[in-house]
Design a protein around this ligand. Structure first.
Ligand code: SF4
Ligand code: SF4
Length: 179
């Protein structure tokens, strides 16, 4: 078991290599909680929106710069509470930091593959979440007979995205019911 100081240092090293819970890889939105001030968070530049009386912010988060949260001290409640499985395992001493780091690097490689395949399908980086961009590509009709190479890229994208989602569910997302 690590000391609290070692926990903080390890979490910082992991998160500043990763960023996947902020950059639109894992989530599309972050819901505001009681105690959060949508107005104040909006003034900080976060993409705060309201739908049917519920406030949330869109991801990729505009406060993430170079893998660091630039509003760390004022970040929303959900951001404060969120610890992915990798972080929890390292903090509790269930896994060494190097193992978590290797999983982050491996998963980020999958993310880069998905991004590259989306670009090969003709959709440039547009500031939307990975899932939204994936859905936009996959919902655009193509003729597989006339465009066999594009059909092959799409198939590769679908397989790689499925692999990424499974890995995120198995290795990063907290079990259902966790705050
Ligand atoms: S997914 Fe985990 S390791 Fe990655 S930035 Fe979020 S909390 Fe940190
Ligand atoms: S406010 Fe900070 S912690 Fe929350 S999603 Fe944005 S970059 Fe991540």
């Amino acid at each position: 078991m690590m000391s609290p100081e070692e926990n903080i240092a390890a979490a910082s090293r992991l998160c500043t290599t990763c960023g996947m819970c902020c950059d639109g890889t894992m989530f599309q939105i972050v819901r505001m909680q009681p105690g959060d001030s949508p107005a104040e968070l909006g003034k900080l530049g976060l993409k705060v929106r309201c739908r049917e009386g519920e406030f949330f912010m869109e991801q990729p988060c505009s406060a993430l710069k170079g893998m660091k949260c630039t509003v760390y001290e004022k970040r929303p409640t959900r951001c404060r509470l969120f610890h992915c499985q990798q972080l929890i395992r390292v903090e509790s001493g269930d896994a060494p930091e190097a193992e978590a780091m290797a999983m982050i690097v491996e998963t980020r490689e999958l993310v880069e593959q998905v991004r590259s395949l989306i670009e090969q399908c003709g959709l440039r980086e547009d500031g939307q979440s990975l899932q939204e961009r994936f859905e936009r590509v996959m919902s655009t009709p193509i003729n597989a007979t006339l465009e066999p190479e594009m059909a092959a890229v799409r198939e590769n994208l679908e397989v790689t995205m499925r692999k990424l989602k499974l890995q995120l569910n198995r290795e990063f997302r907290p079990p259902p019911g966790t705050p």
